[in-house]
Ligand binder design. Structure first.
Ligand code: FEO
Length: 414
């Protein structure tokens, strides 16, 4: 089957795309999304939904509410949407369930299925009557017509309700957010897109959405592996369907979830009159001399989600802020709040910054890094403008962090 095999529907610009014998992609492409809850989505996104055509017709997930007409038009390019018998909701977050209440009202499906937590979440989000959604259990297999759907609860990946659905006959795993990426493209399959873009966007998605649940992902990958499923495709709810590099998609999650730390040091800072910037550059020289690699991220030109992505495999986080009004510089407070929520593990770090009279910012950085369980190697405050002696201290701080980084065992590829 060609990836370009599409149903035709002359009255609409929207078409379904065939994924496997029984499955069609019927999602929506959001070309203009640039922010997803604070995560910069420079390439837009897709909200994927999948239509499964057998003796019975099943829709897996829906789309964000404003995209309902696009979803219905893509479905209509294959079948009359009123023929849908069942809807399966893998995830209650509103980019996938936003138009579910409207579809239930318009299409009147025989049943809507979700995990037990999904039933609660959908009912509470949309103020549905309790019998609107039917709970399905972890490991349960439903026969819908001649086709069989097995459900796998993936609690806290990344919401309590999340689950996977596996279509036995086609070997397609519908994985909701997992293995996804924010990437709007006209192509629907992994082998049609530059692999470096796929890897970067999948990594960015993992770092900004899934990192807090890394240990659960490790367990989930083992569970999925133990089931011995035939996987012909992983149909995620964002970005392309994996049909060629399925092993790579799974393996990269294994590596990222393990949070293997490299000798890369990330320097994140902002500056008022260039003093903290001068400190950052001197620290960077010390890090390089000590054998670390350095990613330099001034916050006047780096987004918080770029920092999160760089941190996924970094070993050190060095944060610099001038003191302003007895406080952290606002951009530094922003990025630290964001990173703390993502709960990276196994980092070493340091705090630095210039000040005029109070100098509270460095201590505030250290408090946040300590709350993140970052192993602090040192700190440095410089009054007003760093002189040669202060810059030498910065260089020494960089060297000390590098020594700590390079003394660690080198991670091995799994
Ligand atoms: Fe794409 Fe958790 O929603």
């Amino acid at each position: 089957m060609s990836s370009m095999e599409k149903a035709t529907h002359l009255d609409s610009p929207y078409h379904a795309v065939r994924v496997s014998e029984h499955v069609y992609w019927v999602g929506a492409i959001d070309w203009s999304l640039r922010d997803f809850h604070g995560y910069a989505t420079q390439r837009g996104t897709t909200y994927n939904a999948f239509l499964v055509l057998g003796e019975k017709i099943t829709l897996i997930d829906t789309v964000k509410a404003p995209f309902k007409d696009e979803l219905l038009a893509r479905i209509a390019s294959v079948i009359d949407p009123a023929r849908i018998d069942y809807i399966i909701s893998n995830h209650a977050e509103m980019d996938h369930s936003g138009c579910l209440p409207a579809l239930i009202a318009e299409l009147k499906p025989e049943k809507v299925y979700a995990s037990p937590n999904g039933v609660k979440a959908l009912t509470e989000h949309f103020h549905l009557t309790p019998d609107t959604v039917t709970a399905i259990s972890d490991g349960e297999t439903l026969a819908l017509g001649e086709l069989h759907f097995t459900f796998l609860e993936t609690r806290m990946l990344h919401w309590p309700d999340s689950m996977f659905t596996y279509l036995v006959e086609d070997g397609v795993l519908f994985s909701n957010d997992a293995f996804g990426m924010h990437l709007a493209t006209t192509e629907r399959f992994d082998d049609e897109i530059d692999p470096s873009i796929l890897e970067y966007e999948a990594k960015t998605y993992f770092a900004n959405i899934l990192l807090p649940y890394a240990s659960l992902i490790t367990k989930l990958l083992a569970k999925v592996g133990g089931l011995g499923l035939t996987l012909n495709a992983i149909a995620t709810d964002h970005g392309p369907v994996w049909r060629s590099d399925i092993h790579g998609a799974l393996a990269r999650y294994g590596v990222w979830a393990a949070q293997q730390r490299s000798t890369k040091a990330v320097i994140v800072y902002d500056t008022m009159w260039e003093s903290t910037a001068k400190m950052a550059r001197a620290i960077s020289e010390g890090l390089l001399e000590g054998g670390a690699t350095v990613k330099f991220l001034p916050l006047n030109s780096s987004h918080r989600s770029d920092v999160a992505t760089e941190m996924l495999d970094a070993g050190a986080l060095l944060v610099g802020s001038p003191t302003m009004n007895n406080n952290l510089f606002p951009t530094v407070a922003d990025v630290l709040t964001y990173l703390k929520g993502l709960r990276p593990q196994g980092l070493v770090g340091a705090a630095f910054g210039s000040y005029g009279w109070g100098g509270e910012a460095v201590k505030q950085i250290e408090e946040i890094l300590s709350a993140m369980h970052v192993e602090l190697v040192g700190d440095l405050k410089v009054k007003y403008v760093p002189d040669a002696a202060a810059l030498a201290q910065c260089h020494a701080l960089g060297l000390a962090v590098a020594e700590r980084l390079t003394a660690r065992p080198v991670p091995t590829a799994s």
